[in-house]
Design a protein around this ligand. Structure first.
Ligand SMILES: NC(=O)c1ccc[n+]([C@@H]2O[C@H](COP(=O)([O-])OP(=O)(O)OC[C@H]3O[C@@H](n4cnc5c(N)ncnc54)[C@H](OP(=O)(O)O)[C@@H]3O)[C@@H](O)[C@H]2O)c1
Length: 259
């Protein structure tokens, strides 16, 4: 069966690894033309070539730091003048930095998280949403986190940034009532990606321990959910989805096989 989103144009931020890369692959396999953004241009170029070869869709890339409002606006304007208004925006770029308690944390880590996860998501949304509203159609998927619902020790500012994503998703949906534009939040639990390696600044042992003894979600699992959300008929908005590995019950309940 042809996917409902075949032939549409999707922009995916944070497409150079993990969940964003998996979403790009999944949407490409469904016939969606793509624009992929991240800071690591070489990775994006390789991925774009692979997806275009495999799926025959067009894949454009942009080396964009979502924290840089002017760069986001400039690149968005370039691509809309060349390719038109995107049908789909997946706000996925994001990170956690460190796990120190608030009284001991590196304030630069806070800036990185808030500037990327909150302000970056807002910059990208603000760059594309007016054109979607004017056309009266479009879908935005914000990748939040279960940490936007439940805080665990060492996650205070990361959680705050993801609680903000939750508020932005809900609020934008309210703002868009009466238009043809839908906004959805997808909130994963533990997913094995480069997330923990980034959080622990390249410490592979610490990063590996996060996923030890459980079968975590993969980026492809989250991409399946995003595909479901995006392929829903226009009369339906899948507003909010939480997705866990079976071994996870909450941020505090993770069943690990200690054997
Ligand atoms: N993994 C999990 O357990 C988990 C759980 C819940 C939610 N999430 C969320 O899922 C999203 C994707 O994370 P992931 O797990 O796939 O981690 P990842 O493998 O580290 O991927 C993060 C992506 O975000 C991009 N990115 C980071 N900062 C950026 C910036 N300033 N400008 C542009 N792109 C930027 C990275 O690309 P460059 O470095 O090339 O820029 C990369 O493509 C994040 O929002 C994260 O909070 C992850």
């Amino acid at each position: 069966m042809t996917a409902r989103i075949a032939g549409q144009l999707a922009i995916v931020t944070g497409a150079s690894s993990g969940i964003g890369e998996a979403i790009a692959r999944r949407l490409g396999s469904e016939g969606t033309n793509l624009v992929l953004w991240a800071r690591r241009g070489e990775r994006l170029a390789c991925l774009a070539e692979e997806i275009a070869d495999q799926s025959g869709v067009s894949v454009d890339t942009g080396v964009v730091d979502v924290r840089d409002r002017e760069a986001v606006q400039g690149e968005a304007a370039r691509l809309m003048s060349e390719l038109g208004t995107p049908d789909i925006l997946v706000n996925n770029a994001g990170l956690a930095a460190g796990m120190a308690p608030v009284h001991d944390a590196d304030v630069d880590d806070w800036d990185r998280m808030i500037d990327t996860n909150v302000k970056g998501l807002l910059h990208v949304t603000r760059a594309f949403l007016p054109a979607m509203v004017e056309r009266d159609s479009g879908q935005v998927v914000n990748i939040g986190s279960i940490t936007g619902r439940q805080v665990y020790p060492g996650s205070t500012v990361y959680a705050a940034s993801k609680y903000a994503v939750q508020a932005i998703t809900e609020g934008t949906n309210l703002d868009l009532l009466g238009t043809g534009v839908r906004v959805s939040g997808v909130h994963p639990g533990l997913v094995e990606t480069e997330f923990s390696l980034v959080r622990f600044k390249g410490d592979e042992d610490r990063a590996g321990a996060v996923y030890k003894g459980i079968e975590p979600l993969t980026g492809a699992d989250v991409a399946d959910v995003v595909s479901y959300v995006l392929n829903a008929p226009p009369r339906i908005n899948v507003a909010d989805v939480v997705v866990f590995a079976k071994a996870q019950g909450s941020v505090h309940h993770i069943l690990r096989d200690e054997g």
